[in-house]
Design a protein around this ligand. Structure first.
Ligand SMILES: Nc1ncnc2c1ncn2[C@@H]1O[C@H](COP(=O)(O)OP(=O)(O)O)[C@@H](O)[C@H]1O
Ligand SMILES: [Mg+2]
Length: 313
């Protein structure tokens, strides 16, 4: 029997993740790129040309988008990071809000949020912390982050007894929305009070939807929650779009689910579809967006195309 530790495990039991070398060529991704050259996109609709978004001559106030789906692992955090980074390439100033106590958004940008003593939790609970002192820069120019860590899980309980508990995030963000063009709120996988806060603070909701059969089930409940928030808390709330993620153009299953999604939600579904590729887990380990990690990859191109659609909607 070998006495060596298994690969990836150091003495002492800490797991070491080896970072995949940065790809010299992103050509392998193109195999998974849209298969059709007939003018039909992966949604089955004709491809539309979305023009280059005009540059802005001044910034703010931001459009606030909640990236929301109560199912975990559907691409919320990945989409928040990469859409945010892609928006900056079009000259937009972006603030990402990590609104999941798991802190995956912060970690995905290489920020050790568990070591921070000032996070969005402190600003949200009005603990005399200035929001501007919580905002941190990221590796992407013009993209800032409001980090979070496990402290935020206490907010869900503590907010229950607050007056105006559903509007805590709206109040918290108010002083800085003027500084940005987009604020993207990465929600936790639940429809609890934190998510309701994100919906109450948002102008629009972006719903990532995994191209798997069971992922369709929860969407009705999510849309029901969005409708209630619109009626009771935030009349301007809109569904900006449904983003199909983890699409595999080679499988019939993926294509069938895609067809069902378009049938059910029509024009709400973005033309842009995010293919399943190992590049995304790699970027998490690298702690940077795919737009900088593998800038010419199909994944980077897809999030740039999504950014155009979001700006145009
Ligand atoms: N298009 C994709 N293809 C393959 N893996 C993906 C894709 N998008 C995200 N992932 C991976 O799937 C996992 C869950 O994604 P994540 O964005 O964290 O989902 P959520 O925030 O909804 O829980 C992560 O490991 C991520 O790297
Ligand atoms: Mg997440």
């Amino acid at each position: 029997m070998s006495t060596l530790p298994p690969p990836g495990v150091r003495h002492g039991g800490t797991v070491e993740l080896s970072i995949a070398p940065r790809a010299a060529s992103d050509a392998d991704d193109d195999l998974l790129d849209d298969v059709s050259s007939t003018g039909t996109g992966p949604t089955g609709r004709p491809r539309r040309h979305i023009p280059e978004p005009p540059l802005l001559d001044r910034h703010g106030p931001a459009r606030v988008l909640a990236v929301c789906n109560q199912k975990g692992g559907v691409g919320k955090t990945t989409s928040t990071i990469n859409l945010g980074a892609a928006l900056t390439e079009f000259g937009r100033r972006v603030l990402l809000v990590d609104f999941d106590p798991q802190g995956a958004l912060s970690v995905g940008l290489g920020i050790p949020a568990h070591q921070l003593d000032r996070t969005i939790y402190n600003a949200l609970m009005g603990q005399g912390v200035e929001l501007r002192d919580v905002v941190v820069g990221t590796c992407v120019e013009n993209m800032d982050l409001l980090p979070s860590n496990i402290d935020l899980s206490a907010a869900e309980v503590q907010l229950v007894s607050e007056v105006g508990r559903e509007h805590a995030l709206l109040r918290t963000l108010r002083p800085i929305v003027a500084d940005y063009d987009f604020v993207l709120v990465d929600c936790q996988p639940s429809l609890g009070l934190l998510t309701v806060n994100a919906l109450a603070a948002a102008d629009g909701v972006l719903i990532p939807l995994e191209c798997e059969f069971f992922s369709l089930r929860g969407v009705a409940l999510l849309i029901d929650t969005i409708d209630k928030v619109r009626e009771r808390l935030n009349p301007k709330l809109d569904i900006t779009g449904i983003l199909a993620t983890m699409f595999d153009p080679r499988t019939l299953h993926s294509r069938e689910v895609m067809a069902r999604v378009v049938e059910a939600f029509g024009e709400t579904v973005f033309d842009t579809v995010i293919n399943r590729t190992v590049r995304f887990p790699e970027t998490t380990v690298a702690g940077e967006p795919i737009t900088t990690w593998a800038p010419r990859s199909a994944g980077a191109r897809a999030y740039r195309q999504l950014a155009r659609e979001v700006i145009a909607r």
